[in-house]
Write a protein that binds this ligand. Structure first.
Ligand code: PEP
Ligand code: MG
Length: 544
């Protein structure tokens, strides 16, 4: 038995089998080979496997998202069969006597450069597709000796770190918990764990990763951050009891469903849910959220291989609005950049990505991407009670530019005779100190503020939220952050706007009374935190 202590980011207990996360390594080395025929056979076999995988994905996409969105996988299958592409691979193998992996990688680079340099936007977009199909073939070549293990049991995923795009690609039905050796508690990976209702522990250290192996029995305590490899029977019995106690408390909370979020002295507050993906709606409804306070729409982009079309976005937003049946749904526009990267955006590597080209800065620089999303949002608005909010605001000028674009979008829809709601609330995130300090100038321009405490904390305390080394320097209750929130609350109310908190601090029940006293109108948290928060509100008495 070996014990490690780390940081728990979502409190629940998991007991199960460890599975080491294997990152797909697509870096390729050039190797000289003697047997050219064998290499040609390998490539033929890998292509067959790639096509079989794509056809499976195509069928799944067809039934889940429809023909229009499934088409891309059909195009990928056709690209794998393309004569020019295949001739290039074969030529490289034959003329240079090199391994198939290298021939595919070299062809991929040449073809994607060629597509990227074309004038036509459609052809430019094919550059990403060539890279995609080539990576798939390389993966099939690399894994040709590996058996695919389609295990039905849930596993505890152990990784060095997980990017948000890797976390969303984990199949929730097969993941019991995850443990990362590195990472920080305000990272999007930690947030995803909470939204996905998966026990998670981060920052377990390199020693943990060196000690755990595939198939080990392990226990993960998301409350305390403890991890136990190969527990003895006494320890396992202790955690089974703790797990049962957890479940008992959770079921007691069920009694709070349908009850008001009201303090003993009569102050009411809205408790909404944060979601990253449409499929989290089930948990939102099961936990009796009063609305959705933050839908991180960028995950639609992170899950796609290309810019999600207006149609795809429209159907996602419509589904959320319809499911919430008239309750408020606040959708945040694209907040990509920093740790949330999608290859097809072709964003340059930056020295300080958290202070970089991200979120509204990308949208205002590339209005065509922004407008596609706004069109989808406005069209979906007739299906429910929509609010739209904008991330990473630092100035009045940005809000004014956004408003001009919103007017453009509305007149384009008017010209096309497309209906939209005339009752959409417009809000901004207060997640930079600049926005909090000028909140008196911003409030008259909007219907609501939503405080992003994750970013507000990182920018106020000058602590990169991705940097695990800084955890000891992050005082999540720092007075500077709380004063900025209070200042924004006062200014919001002075100018008739309402104010919510949607960062992770909203779920910190030791701050609930402080927020209520500041006049915060809404708290938006991961679905599993809704009922515990309701319990705290109902036990609070602000008159004392
Ligand atoms: C925040 O910054 O607090 C927030 C809610 O947004 P995100 O965590 O997605 O940056
Ligand atoms: Mg943020």
């Amino acid at each position: 038995m070996k014990k490690f202590h780390a940081t728990g980011v979502y409190g629940a207990i998991a007991i199960g089998t460890a599975s080491i996360f294997k990152r797909q390594d697509t870096s390729v080395r050039r190797k000289k080979i003697d047997d050219i025929d064998n290499e040609l056979k390998r490539i033929a076999h890998a292509k067959e496997r790639a096509i079989a995988q794509l056809s499976e994905i195509y069928e799944r996409a067809l039934s889940e998202v429809g023909e229009a969105h499934a088409q891309i996988f059909e195009i990928h299958m056709m690209m794998i069969e393309d004569d020019d592409y295949n001739e290039s691979i074969e030529n490289i193998i034959k003329t240079q006597s090199v391994n198939a992996e290298y021939a595919v990688a070299a062809t991929s680079d040449n073809f994607s450069d060629m597509f990227a340099s074309m004038d036509d936007a459609y052809m430019q977009a094919r550059a990403t597709d060539v890279k995609d199909i080539s990576n798939r073939i390389i993966a099939c070549l690399t894994n040709e000796n590996h058996q695919k293990s389609d295990t039905l049991i849930k596993l505890i995923v152990c990784a060095d770190d997980l990017a948000p795009s890797e976390t969303v690609s984990l199949d929730k039905d097969k993941v019991l918990a995850f443990v990362t050796a590195f990472g920080s508690s305000n990272s999007h990976t930690a947030i995803l764990a909470r939204n996905m209702n998966i026990p998670a522990v981060i920052n377990a250290g390199e020693d943990f990763l060196n000690s755990v192996s595939d198939g080990d029995r392990i226990i993960v305590d998301g409350h305390t951050g403890d991890i136990i490899i190969a527990p003895d029977s006494e320890t396992e019995a202790f955690y089974l009891k703790k797990q049962a106690e957890d479940n008992r408390k959770k079921s007691l909370l069920q009694e709070l469903k349908g009850k008001e979020n009201i303090t003993k002295d009569g102050k009411k507050i809205n408790i909404y849910a944060n979601i990253d993906r449409v499929k989290e709606i089930g948990a939102v409804l099961a936990n009796d959220a009063g609305g959705i306070g933050l839908f991180r729409s960028e995950f639609l982009y992170l899950e796609s291989n290309d810019f999600p079309t207006e149609e795809l976005q429209f159907s996602a937003y419509k589904k959320v609005l319809e499911s919430m049946a008239g309750k408020k749904v606040i959708i945040r526009t694209l907040d990509i950049g920093a740790d949330k990267q999608a290859e097809y955006f072709n964003l340059e590597k930056e020295d300080n990505p958290e202070l970089g080209f991200r979120a509204i800065r990308i949208c205002l620089t590339k209005p065509e991407i922004f407008k596609t999303q706004l069109h989808a949002l406005y069209r979906a608005s007739v299906y429910g009670n929509l609010g739209i909010m904008f991330p990473m605001i630092t100035s009045v000028g940005e809000v004014e530019k956004i408003k001009v674009i919103l007017e453009d979008v509305k007149s384009e829809l008017d010209n096309d005779g497309i209906a939209y709601s005339d009752n959409i609330e417009i809000g901004i995130m207060i997640e930079t100190p600049a926005a909090a300090v000028i909140s008196d100038e911003l409030a008259p321009l909007v219907d609501f503020f939503s405080i992003g405490t994750n970013d507000l904390t990182q920018y106020t305390l000058a602590c990169d939220r991705q940097n695990a080394k800084l955890e000891p320097f992050i005082d999540t209750h720092h007075k500077a952050v709380l004063r900025l929130i209070e200042m924004a609350a006062q200014n919001a109310h002075k100018f008739g706007a309402w104010i919510g908190v949607c960062g992770e601090l909203a779920a910190d029940t030791s701050l609930t009374e402080t927020f209520l006293k500041m006049g915060i109108d809404e708290l938006s948290v991961s679905a599993p935190f809704i009922l515990p928060l309701r319990e705290t509100v109902r036990n609070a008495d602000l008159s004392k």
